[in-house]
Design a protein around this ligand. Structure first.
Ligand code: FES
Length: 58
């Protein structure tokens, strides 16, 4: 298994959770990811990482 870092420390959302949610719900925008996972909803410092994950996986 590869590493599964926590991307959003505020809400304890891991990289695998974000990827899984993007695939399951066919999310297209960062806003959809924030809403679906709760990542990015508190301090916003993880938003750049989430954007990167999305770009890698579109
Ligand atoms: S680290 Fe994601 S909202 Fe703060």
């Amino acid at each position: 298994m590869s590493e599964d870092p926590i991307i959003c420390t505020c809400n304890n959302v891991s990289r695998s959770t974000i990827l899984k949610t993007i695939k399951e719900k066919d999310l297209k925008t960062e806003d959809e990811v924030y809403e679906a996972t709760d990542a990015g909803m508190v301090c916003g410092s993880c938003c750049a990482d989430i954007q990167e994950i999305m770009e890698e996986n579109l």
